[in-house]
Design a protein around this ligand. Sequence first.
Ligand code: SF4
Length: 277
Amino acid sequence: MGVIADAVADGVLPGRVWFYGNYHCNLVCAYCLTESGPRSPQRRLTAEQLVRMAEQAAALGFTELGVTGGEPFLVRDLPATLGRLASILPTVVLTNATLFGDRLLAELAPLAALPLSVQISLDAPDPDVNDELRGPENFAKVIDAVPKLVGLGFRVRIATTVPGERLDAEDHERLCTLHRSLGVPDDDHLVRPVVRRGRAEDTGGAIAFTPDDVAPELTITADGAFWSPFGPTVRDGRLATDLLVSRQTDPLERPAHLLLRLVEGRPRGDDARIGIR
Ligand code: SF4
């Protein structure tokens, strides 16, 4: 085995590599880390870049992939790309679940047999509270999409982002009742805080973090490689570079080794208290 494979096997490096496939989004959420919206610069990774880096990740000894954005499904060829990625390594894609019309669901259906899971944001058990943070009709679209994806055979995870460290206990229970009714078990419900980055720098209850608070998950964007998916955030149109590991991402071996060098001597990744999934 190589040094990266050894580090992953020993738990020194997390096994997952994240890709920011794009930065634009059809929503404009109040706490968005990447300040995404319909007019955001797309900062896309192409399908060929994604597949090439996935192959390199597997060869190096990484064990999983994650695709995030922006809203990844705004990229028209994403289903085909996800099929290629999930054929290389188990993959999770993060989405706001507002684009799952009949055509997209039909394109995704053949992928249900692959190790591909879908993580969907849902922040509150009440439409008005959820939609105030995420936009009109968001709640209704999520409630519509989740059982359809579960019905196709996908593992669906629900991610709830809340100001402060935790959700109100009653809201939490009602949200759990809701996700169970949609076919998502408790193990696939994640509650995480709003992180004070990007647009959330102005959000009450958002928490600050240090690199030791987040797992050192190699994160690749069109602008370089970062310490964590919480690294390549955007504020006032500028990409944050405080958690930049390397501008060079190809070959993936280079940022992977640089990340490992940074990680050695720090607390292990399982001490991290904030996770994106
Ligand atoms: S939080 Fe996600 S869904 Fe909301 S604007 Fe940002 S990228 Fe889009």
